[in-house]
Design a protein around this ligand. Structure first.
Ligand SMILES: [Zn+2]
Length: 250
């Protein structure tokens, strides 16, 4: 049983688990109250501000990764997304009737107008662009100072993933790319993204940051990388993959 308070998850007493043995009697919402179709997910409960558990602490999801590993992060992330969606999606957006959990699947139904709703996912691309053995990295204004990463952006209606990759790179640094290849994906529950990773190579243009999202961008050799994201995200996996492949060539 995973216990959430706001966006934080109750972690155990450091013995390698964040599963809580009991259902708190004061839970605001609990997946155990939903139909069977919801029960193959990790059970979760949401508790109020005044809930306190002795010998335990509240961790955000990133801290769950660092302390309990990738599998635990994925499990907690899935439960968090359903918990957070159920918390924020209480009424039908067409007729304002309170929604009910569906028995057929993990959706919500409106008893008023019959519409069904499903947990949102927001696909975003992330791409490692190479030029002559160097990797394009940029600094986003929202990132910590001196932290550089590969480019990323949300998919827009009507786009294929390849089109999003081309558009994002063009918008953010003004270059053209080719050789787009799928790399891998990662669920990113902050709050409901699906990151789709790609590699590509430079075709033309000089990389100039857009000045809006990005304030610096440049090409980096594998042995002279700046400060990059910690080993948690697909962005770091893309960067590590680049370094590994360059090492094989030398
Ligand atoms: Zn309705």
């Amino acid at each position: 049983m995973l216990i959430f308070k706001g966006d934080a998850l109750l972690a155990g007493d450091g013995e390698g688990s964040f599963d809580w043995p009991d259902r708190p009697s004061e839970a605001l919402r609990c997946s155990l109250d939903f139909p069977e179709s919801w029960q193959d997910l990790t059970a979760w409960c949401e508790v109020g501000e005044d809930f306190e558990a002795r010998g335990a602490e509240w961790l955000d999801l990133r801290a769950i990764w660092h302390r309990f590993g990738e599998e635990a992060f994925a499990r907690a992330g899935a439960a968090y997304q359903y918990m957070n969606w159920r918390r924020s999606m209480r009424f039908c957006s067409f007729c304002a009737t309170p929604l009910e959990a569906r028995e057929e699947d993990r959706g919500l139904s409106c008893p008023g107008c019959g519409r069904a709703f499903y947990a949102p996912l927001h696909p975003a691309i992330i791409v490692a662009v190479e030029r002559d053995g160097r990797l394009l990295l940029a600094h986003n204004r929202r990132m910590p100072e001196k932290r550089y990463s590969v480019l990323a952006g949300f998919v827009e209606p009507g786009e294929s993933l390849e089109q999003t990759v081309v558009r994002e790179v063009r918008e953010e640094v003004g270059i053209e790319i080719g050789g787009i290849r799928y790399f891998g994906s990662q669920s990113w529950p902050f709050p409901s993204s699906l990151m789709l990773g790609f590699t590509a190579h430079w075709s033309s243009g000089e990389a100039i940051p857009d000045g809006l999202e990005l304030d610096e961008a440049g090409w980096f050799a594998p042995d002279a990388l700046p400060n990059v994201p910690p080993p948690l995200s697909i962005s770091r996996r893309l960067i590590d993959d680049f370094v590994r492949r360059q090492g094989c060539k030398n």
